[in-house]
Design a protein around this ligand. Sequence first.
Ligand code: SAH
Length: 368
Amino acid sequence: MILPNITQNYVNDDHQSNIIMEMIDTLAKSHIISQGVCEYLLDHISMRELPYLMMKARELTDQIYGKEIFFRGLIEITNVCSQGCYYCGLQSGNNLVNRYRMSETAILSTVEEGYQLGFRSFVWQGGEDAGLTDEWLCSLIRKFRADYPDCVVTLSIGERSRASYQALYDSGLDRCLLRHESASKSLYEKLHPQWMSFDHRMQCLQDLKDIGYWVGAGFLINPPFQKNADLVEDLMFIQRFQPHMCGIGPFIPHPDTKFRDEEAGYGNQTAVMLALVRLIVPEVLLPATTALATVDALGRSKGLNSGGNVVMPNLTAPDIRKLYEIYAQKKNWGDEAAENVKRAIRDIEELGYIPALTRGDHISYKEK
Ligand code: SAH
């Protein structure tokens, strides 16, 4: 098991604890971590240092973004997928899934519903659906930009060609999320079928950056076979790549996949990784993910208190949403969009933060 100290409530003695606190202090000042320190931290951090690490990450977030938590309205536009990620319930080999693709009208009316509730930032997420042609997407993006000039959309629909990303960019899209899933090639290959390519996914991230997108990477916590050494690779990659956003969530087994009996990731493990990513890339937009809230009753507060500053309430219509099952028992604030946002706002306020239903721009962002 990874980070066993963290998950088993183990605490270090004074000497060990001081070494780790000093490493955290140095990282919080320099925002640079060496592979050696990274390995040491992940192998030795205990529950005794976790609150300090989280506090340092939150302090830094407050300095840059204040107490505001950016809201993005999630719309799950398709569950059709041609990929075969072993952990995901939507993988193409899962015949038990009832597949759907939202129409342009359905997507834009969900945006309208979100707009009325106050959202100005949306995420359109989906499987890797060959039915989403460039032509169709470009036209949708142009309509969205024309109808909602004060809003932004982030697309999260998997790997595409550079030409396709360029066409979408030219039609007005400027934000994409594509988690790298694992920066360790050997682990990536254990989590995906042979026909999926680690190098291609990494190339996509580079292409997005080169085109000029605002790019989100990200990785899973505790999928099968993951060791601390793999997480070290994730952190070193994040340090090199400097993404604008980083989605980090615990793996959660889905009953219709071969990983059904595997252990889910833990809240505290996820908190360690969120806080470290915040300290390494201070300006990163960091979601407190739904997966974290699903595995840990205190997940939302752990996410925000570790430097998280984004949440993504689900706006997808309830009847469609239940068909978008990437993992089991996905935790929502509520079924209906309106209920969802009301509860999310209340939750965030109760935790001492300020819900921000704005464009939620990266601190460096300028209108293109
Ligand atoms: N098709 C898109 C979006 C995938 S869904 C893409 O490939 O980028 C968004 C994220 O959900 C994935 O990147 C993955 O990290 C996460 N995910 C998938 N299955 C999961 C599971 N069983 N547990 C936790 N997270 C999962």
